[in-house]
Design a protein around this ligand. Structure first.
Ligand code: BGC
Length: 721
């Protein structure tokens, strides 16, 4: 990349909160054949040539492990150049100079906050006559204060449209590494949908609130006719309180405010260098009367291709499917995050691990995860430890079982869904390093005991006042130790590595586990024992789990660790009915409870809003947390029946094993795999069940206890009642 020979530039004096704009004017003499801009920044940037944005990429350069890797974007700008050109780049704090995480202070956070803003660019011009010219960042560039008076990840943005940058000054060279520059790896971040405001209403307390009817991650765009100096000020919220009043205490320290000082006339504006998670905005200041047509919510996220669709005869279930998709869209903004609204928005490893299979079915996430996993490898600590969040902006945080295991589970899942071993090659050292870390720090060889853990986070069997479910931490940690070791063995074998020692280790962990934990005490413990192949008699354990679920009133007691697998553990051992009962439960705790309460995304807590309308504590109550949306992988694989064998990754061959349930009438799933589109439908009729399957590959059809192989094609099957 030629940009590696350019120089970093920065401002010559501190601008405080104001975002600087850099500019370079240059002339071109002849007809241009091709012009290409390579550019990146320390911060997030917005680049224009002659007043036009160079690309629809927003929040570039995205979020990576900046000490090691900084993405460079390359834009074709051939059509934008004229004789006289003005290239301008506004740079905001973004993730680079962010106060993440919002709730705690650390040396590392101070270091980040004090980092300089910087820009580096390289423009290549090739003329029709073959002559070449380049424009690079250097001391000939200038900078000025931009209209953006403030922009920050948690607190929002302030723009004064009356300002035209005037006081142009020479830039300063910046000492910064060019070695960290890498080509764009992830998906571009784009505006992907515009959601019109549904209504404007006054709350009982007198606030004027705009409702978009859907929680989105992105920003609100305003269009209005105003006089210079008129002020628009609004904040953001996900829900209303039980009396219909404004509520955003769950944003905690994140102010999430947008402020705009108008110029004269009709104008349209939205924040440019930050984002918000919201369904509502409250107008704290607005000139004149606000109408719905003044407002549009714009969804912003990694622009992944949609690949999976679910639809059923149940409107509530369809709403849940929609919520899962919006949950992914709202939290796949370059990094898989826990939430988009409060003073967090971090790449929590555990959450990503829980949701990755669903994510990889609903959207093509191969590029997205490959990039994030490389950041994980870059941030992996010397002893193999993997931080709680990636990019690791909490280097002081200890890793936890089921969180650090993302290092192994995520690459394996990417390989399983898409079938390309490349991700395992990329990540193998990181995967193995994680297992070696556990081996080195455990207090009991062949198990993982001791150490800090998040446990079965948010488990419903948590003792009062705790976020951690009752499942034993050593149990969970040892189970994941076994699972990750097993995956390292599988990956290593595929890559032709010598993994004999890990194979032995895995056998030893399983034996030690069985000895140490002869009894399973909680739902999650049963689930892990079955799902990770640790139970000596999985059928008996799954049966016991089913009994336990029934004894608990056909209710979940699981948290982050148990929930993604519980339905699989049940339906794989003959308890699909019970799994469906859990899925279709409308009361708390159940997947359809939040939808009954009006959710448009997945909640962090089953009872984020309690049956009486009051809230779970404001400290930890996100209404856009994708984790429990992991149920969708069960719907694809078990309910609709679209599966593949582990040794046929990327759906090289299909296993069709549906689990219909008359309560929803019918279910249709469509999945665009690397081998083509699989479509599966079942319809419960009075006298039996009709199945329609379209498969692009050979498929093993498992119906009525029988297995038949079919070739690619379209099939209808029937089972009598
Ligand atoms: C996040 C979670 C995360 C957890 C770690 C929370 O604050 O939102 O989703 O995994 O912390 O326990």
């Amino acid at each position: 990349m030629e940009i590696k020979n350019s120089a970093w530039i920065t401002v010559s004096q501190d601008t405080g909160d104001i975002c600087p704009v850099f500019r370079k004017r240059f002339a071109t003499e002849k007809k241009i054949e091709k012009a290409e801009l390579q550019i990146t920044a320390l911060g997030v940037y917005h680049a224009e040539i002659n007043g036009r944005r160079v690309s629809d990429y927003v929040l570039a350069p995205g979020w990576t492990s900046y000490d090691h890797r900084l993405q460079v974007q390359t834009y074709d700008v051939t059509a934008m150049l004229q004789k006289e050109n003005d290239l301008r780049v506004t740079v905001g704090r973004g993730w680079f100079r962010s106060p993440m995480p919002g709730w705690m202070n650390s040396e590392d956070k101070q270091r980040r906050l004090n980092q300089p803003c910087g820009l580096i660019a390289f423009l290549y011009i090739c003329y029709a006559d073959g002559a070449e010219e380049t424009v690079s960042t250097d001391e000939s560039w200038q900078w000025a204060k931009s209209q953006i008076l403030f922009s920050e990840i948690y607190d929002g943005e302030t723009c004064d449209a009356r300002i035209t940058p005037t006081d142009w000054q020479p830039v300063k060279p910046l000492e910064w590494s060019n070695d960290i520059l890498i080509p764009q790896e992830g998906e571009a971040i784009r505006e992907t949908e515009r959601v019109a405001a549904k209504r404007i209403f006054k709350t009982p307390q007198g606030d004027t609130v705009v409702d978009f009817g859907q929680e989105v991650t992105g920003y609100a765009e305003i269009t209005l006719n105003a006089r210079a100096g008129d002020e628009v000020l609004f904040d953001h919220a996900e829900v209303q309180d039980k009396d219909g009043n404004w509520y955003n205490e769950n944003y905690r320290g994140a102010k999430a405010r947008a402020k705009y000082i108008c110029r004269d006339g009709w104008q349209t504006w939205h924040p440019q260098l930050t984002f918000f998670g919201f369904r509502y905005i409250r107008l704290l200041s607005w000139p004149g009367e606000a109408k719905p047509e003044n407002f549009t919510a714009i969804a912003v996220h990694s622009d992944m291709k949609r690949t999976g669709w679910l639809k059923s005869g149940s409107a509530e279930l369809n709403q849940l499917f929609s919520n899962i998709v919006w949950g992914q869209r709202g939290n796949f903004l370059d990094v898989p995050t826990d939430c988009p609204q409060r003073d967090e928005r971090l790449g929590w490893t555990g959450d990503a691990q829980v949701f990755i299979k669903t994510a990889s079915y609903l959207f093509d996430t191969e590029r997205f995860f490959k990039k994030w996993l490389r950041d994980m490898a870059a941030d992996q600590r010397k002893n193999g430890e993997v931080g709680q969040v990636i990019p690791d902006v909490m280097p002081e945080g200890e890793s936890s079982a089921a969180w650090g295991d993302a290092a192994v589970i995520c690459p394996w899942q990417v390989y399983q869904t898409y079938g390309d071993k490349g991700v395992l090659e990329d990540q193998f050292d990181c995967m193995r390093g994680w297992v070696d870390f556990i081996t080195a720090i455990t207090q009991t060889p062949e198990l993982w005991t001791g150490h800090f853990h998040f446990g079965d986070w948010l488990g419903l069997d948590a003792p009062s006042g705790s976020y951690k479910g009752s499942s034993r931490e050593d149990f969970i940690a040892s189970a994941f130790y076994a699972h990750s070791t097993e995956l390292v063995v599988k990956a290593g074998k595929l890559l032709g590595k010598d993994v004999y020692a890990y194979e032995k280790l895995h056998q030893q962990i399983v034996a030690a586990f069985r000895k140490a934990f002869p009894v399973y005490e909680t739902q999650t413990e049963h689930v892990l024992a079955v799902h990770f192949g640790l139970a000596e008699n999985p059928q008996k354990t799954a049966d016991a789990l089913a009994e336990m679920v029934k004894a608990d009133g056909v209710q979940l007691r699981t948290g982050f660790v148990g929930t993604p697998y519980i339905l699989h553990a049940l339906s794989n051992y003959g308890h699909a009915d019970l799994a469906w009962s859990l899925v279709l439960r409308r009361e708390y705790p159940g997947w359809l409870y939040p939808t009954a309460k009006g959710a448009t995304t997945i909640w962090e807590h089953w009872d984020g809003i309690k049956p009486d309308g009051s809230f779970w504590s404001k400290d930890m109550n996100s209404f856009n947390h994708y984790s429990y949306g992991a149920v969708a992988d069960w719907v694809f694989e078990q309910a609709a029946g679209i599966q593949h064998a582990e040794n046929k990754p990327g759906f090289e061959e299909l296993i069709y094993v549906p689990h219909p349930d008359a309560r929803l009438g019918w279910l249709q799933a469509k999945l665009d795999t690397r081998r083509g589109t699989v479509s599966a439908l079942w319809v419960c009729q009075e006298d039996g069940i009709r199945y329609e399957l379209e498969t692009p590959v050979r498929a093993k059809v498992c119906l009525n206890g029988k297995e038949t192989w079919v070739n690619p094609g379209k099939y209808t099957f029937w089972t009598e009642k």
